[in-house]
Unconditional design. Structure first.
Lengths: 87, 365
């Protein structure tokens, strides 16, 4: 039940913070989602959605972190290879 | 699909696996808490690809699996009543009660409706004023804000024909129960990523310190899980014990404050029975006094009903990580997804269902 899926906010409607609804696109499927818990969310943001509620806005910078992380592994591997070749 | 497929990349996964292999020098036992993580691990074969020194143990993070037998019986009793519309998340329908499941009640003309969101159940109450609408409020902290919102709005809009049958559970007490148990072999945890979008991960700090066990907040896709495992193993190999975040694209240390506020407004911490494990103190959520008129157990006079569980199903041992589904004598024989004996075979996040679906374990028919 911790299944939550990322989707893109297409539009937002409603004035009251607790009843604001966003139309969220999940690769073609669109659903109405409550954004009561992500008041900062804007159109174009990606959110993680669980049982009809957006729980968090996806941070693009943090999302790319793992790829940066892995680049460091590559650089270390490269360094090791170079050291081995010079032995 | 953005923010999904990139984290299923085979090449990235291989590189993380190599990185894990490089740093592993000793045997380590790591538990992934969430059923969604178990499914990903079994589906993508992550446990089979890891170096032999690393053992992954499947945790109790499947709210469907740990809903106690008596709550299922209460649900069935309420759902069988004439003027009730019983609403539930789909995966609760086939969890076996003492005699039958909710799907049987539905098949026998009971008014049982599958809903996607608790707000759908509230809408059904508004549209059916002559009926009592009851929602089966099951879940971990991830689902608590949604369930709380339904009760909050019902109270705010003075909707009288709505109530919730609560069976909420909390993760940190379960982790502590596992770490403090006599036969515990778990040395580190992959914390449930979506629970942490709500709660953050501050509450793991005292557990990490007390038991000297690393806890890494981890997502659900293969790259996420491998990154979480890498960070766990690195800590273990270096003799460190800290809470770290490998799911920072959606989890912050403090979590979601507005969601936590509404949980605190509507719910209070209570002792909770976990199916197959028993009662863990302060491990559940129940409605606050302010919202007690929305408690279905009070409305239908079921507060005192209790039920002991049968011994054939070993889901309790599986949920604690003591046994694997393949070690169960009735797995795949008497117990299958079509005829489940326990919740771990029913739930889409249950370890037994994952093994049945994704592993080629010989089944005698």
């Amino acid at each position: 039940m911790c299944l939550a899926v990322p989707g893109k906010i297409i539009s937002i409607s409603g004035d009251e913070p607790l009843t604001k609804i966003a139309k969220v696109d999940f690769a073609g499927i669109r659903k109405d989602v409550s954004i009561a818990y992500v008041p900062e969310a804007k159109v174009g943001d990606y959110v993680i959605v669980h049982v009809g509620f957006a729980l968090s806005v996806i941070d693009e910078k943090e999302a790319n972190e793992v790829f940066e992380y892995l680049k460091e592994f590559d650089e270390l591997d490269e360094l090791e290879r170079k050291e081995k070749n010079t032995e | 699909m953005k923010y999904l497929e990139e984290y299923r990349d085979a090449d990235l996964s291989k590189r993380l696996l190599n990185a894990i292999k490089k740093i592993t020098t000793k045997n380590w036992t790591i538990m992934e808490v969430c059923g969604g993580q178990t499914h990903s691990i079994v589906k993508f074969g992550i446990d089979e690809l890891l170096p032999g020194e690393i053992t992954l143990v499947h945790g109790p993070g499947c709210p469907v699996c740990v809903t106690p037998l008596e709550q299922i019986d209460k649900a069935i009793e309420i759902a069988s009543k004439q003027d009730v519309i019983f609403c539930s998340f789909g995966d609760m329908l086939r969890v076996p009660g003492s005699e039958k499941d909710l799907l049987t009640v539905k098949a026998d003309d009971g008014n049982v409706k599958i809903v996607y969101s608790p707000l759908d159940a509230l809408k059904i109450a508004k549209d059916n004023q002559d009926k009592e609408v009851v929602f089966f409020a099951v879940g971990f902290e991830t689902t608590a804000p949604a369930n709380a919102m339904a009760v909050y709005q019902a109270h705010d809009q003075n909707i009288k024909n709505f109530s919730v049958l609560t069976s909420h559970v909390l993760v940190p007490p379960a982790i502590e129960a596992i770490l403090s148990s006599e036969n515990n072999r778990v040395q580190a945890f992959l914390a449930a990523g979506h629970v942490c979008t709500i709660m953050g991960f501050e509450e793991y700090e005292p557990i990490v310190k007390k038991y000297n066990a690393p806890i890494v907040v981890t997502g659900f896709e293969p790259v996420d899980i491998l990154q979480g495992i890498y960070m766990c193993v690195k800590q273990l190999e270096e003799g460190r014990a800290e809470s770290e975040n490998a799911y920072s694209r959606v989890v912050s240390q403090k979590g979601n404050e507005s969601a936590k506020n509404i949980i605190r407004e509507v719910f209070k911490v209570v002792p909770r029975k976990w199916r197959g494990i028993g009662e863990i103190p302060r491990s559940g959520l129940g409605l606050c006094d302010k919202y007690k008129e929305y408690d279905a157990e009070r409305k239908f006079g079921m507060v005192d009903y209790t039920k002991d569980e049968s011994t054939k199903c070993i889901s309790g041992l599986i949920l604690q990580g003591v046994k694997k589904p393949s070690e169960c004598s009735v797995f795949g024989i008497e117990c299958t997804p079509e005829h489940p004996l326990g919740a771990t075979m029913v739930s889409s996040e249950g370890a037994c269902a994952a093994y049945y679906r994704y592993r080629d374990i010989k089944k005698n028919v």
